[in-house]
Write a protein that binds this ligand. Sequence first.
Ligand code: C2E
Ligand code: CA
Ligand code: CA
Length: 714
Amino acid sequence: MLEDLLNVQSATGELSSRRARPPQDLSDYRALYDNLQVGLYRSTIAGKQISANPALVQMNGFSSEAEMLAAVNDIAGEWYVEPGRRFEFMEELARNGVVTNFVSEIYRYKSRQRIWITETARIVYDEASGEPLFYEGTVQEITETQQRLATGELFRKFSQEVPGCLYQYRMRPDGSTCFPFATGGLKDLFGFDPENAMTDDRAMWSMIHPDDLENVWTSLRKSAADLVDWSHEFRIIAKDGSIKWIHENASPEREPDGSILWHGFMNEITERKQSEVRIHRMAYYDLLTGLPNRKLLLDRLDQALAEMRGKARDTALLFVDLDGFKEVNDAYGHEVGDDLLRAAAARFESLTDGSGLVARLGGDEFAIMLQGLDAARAAVSLAQDINGFFAEPMIFGGRVAAVGASIGIAKASDSVDGASELLRCADLAMYSAKLSGRNRFCIYDKSLDREREEKRRIASDLRTILLEEALRVVYQPIIDARTGEICGAEALLRWPENRGEIVPPDVFVPIAEQCGLIDSLGSFVLKEACRQAAAWPGIAISVNVSPLQLMNPAFPSQVAAIVDGSGLERGRLELEITESFIVDNARRAAVVIAELRLQNITISLDDFGSGFSSIGHIRRFKFDRIKIDRSMVSGIADRPSALKLLQATIAMAHALDLEVTVEGVEKEEEVPLLRLAGCHQMQGFLFSRPVSASVLKSLLNKAGTVNPQRVLSA
Ligand code: C2E
Ligand code: CA
Ligand code: CA
């Protein structure tokens, strides 16, 4: 039996390494049996354990053979994780008489821990009857090997399935490179077999985008030199010409021969890159014109300012705001407005000719950044070019429109702190250019800041004054040219006297417009004037209204409510509207004027002859009266040409059925000329300066005239 046992044993080939004296007889093999590292057993055909050597006892977690024999009764049901495995084993035994290296997963009997074994066995037959007596065999635990195999299989599967390529990359001391190992992903990414890259990877290097090649190489060398992880994103040009983005991530290790071996992973990130580019475009570029937006401009400006430090380099910024854009937009619609913006953007770019950064800040505002030795001078000449271009009617999207560009220029200097500050200065200068007329440029200097500071102070004072209702209203009499009697008065605002400085209305009214106070200012003067005038005998009261008030659709009904509330007859109220409103908002103006006239309120066109007066406007809009600006009156007594112009203007008004008031009459000798020319009403310091309500009232009570004899007899 021991011979049999040894037969089986020889199949496993594993013996205890303990030295023993050579066997004298077979009984000596007992020691071998006990010390063998391989499990030996006998079991009945039915699956009951008969004997087990110490190695098997230990493998099954028992402390003695007796304990084990008592416990094991059903090898098939209790030992194999997969009981069916026992029947395969028995079938094979029955078929061949032996089973070799039969691998199964079993339970370590006592602890029920799962382990892997390999088993070799045979059936022992009764010599006489030929009946099978029992099984005997060897069992060896191979859990560790099995796990290693499983891990290997896992890795193989993983490296096949993972979207990307796992690799080792070697750089030899002579600078040559190769992939000692790479998974199949390499072929997907680069289009060549990993095997080919094992010795030579020049094919890969030749595919890297020329713009990225140097960076890839530099960063790889750095990783090699400092033994720091290498992480890089770069483009390759695939065989079909398409661009792929690759991301690599690898850890280097120095090998004994001085080579550097990276263990890494690479994958394709083209999609991510494309969406990054899209997101970047959306965050940093203006969709309409494709120009950089405010954010990008500010970034670049910051960068430029930082680079400038200590170098003979200037940075200058042009802030460009289109004049008349809103009109084009309102008149032709947004699509045409968009065309205009695109055309303007293209024009800025072509005038800048690649030497600066053109950005769209939003709406009709653009900025151009210039850098260089003499950026400030270049900015001025660019501004002149832009103004020159916009001086001509602009052609865009099949249309022609008169558009201008108001430009502010700011130059970076030590006193300008940061990009936003530079932008603010340029903006301020632009604003000042805009105030001086269309299509002009202005260079920032500190006085603009002072002006702005002053404006801010006036605005805040004005806010309190309005809250306290402390503004005063004075009244300048208007004289009937025929009778010399006071036939009306113009309400004019005055800054309260107790406030230290006196701010004139043509300063604080525009400020009120800019800082959103114009509506309360407007309704204050209207209420006050109507209230006072209601107490006067029959004369008209003229109130100036700001163009901005007229933009409010509720304006006509607000006026009606105020007049009616004051007790003044509507027919006695006259509103003075300036031409600038008419020019800027033709359609809106027509509607507002019509509504107000329907309410029986008189409308006069103020300051006629001061700006760009147009007969077209007067004809188109139904005014009751024009007020001729004092600039047309001064000098009529001395210069015949001035008189002729005034006469012609008055004649034109007559032809259009308009009443005529002449403002700013200062000299007696002007009066007869004006009367002769057919002027209906006169107003000016000659008759009276603006006076308080009570003075006006006493003037009216006296005779209803202001020095009539002296003035009108002349
Ligand atoms: P305006 O509507 O043209 O008002 C006439 C201005 O000419 C007044 O100046 C008046 O004092 C001045 N003036 C009158 N007669 C003569 C004269 O013989 N010679 C000279 N040199 N000037 C004369 P004021 O009061 O300083 O007002 C200036 C401007 O302020 C007004 O021009 C008007 O545009 C604005 N303003 C005044 N009050 C108001 C108001 O209540 N609302 C609005 N929206 N604007 C107002
Ligand atoms: Ca006026
Ligand atoms: Ca006026």
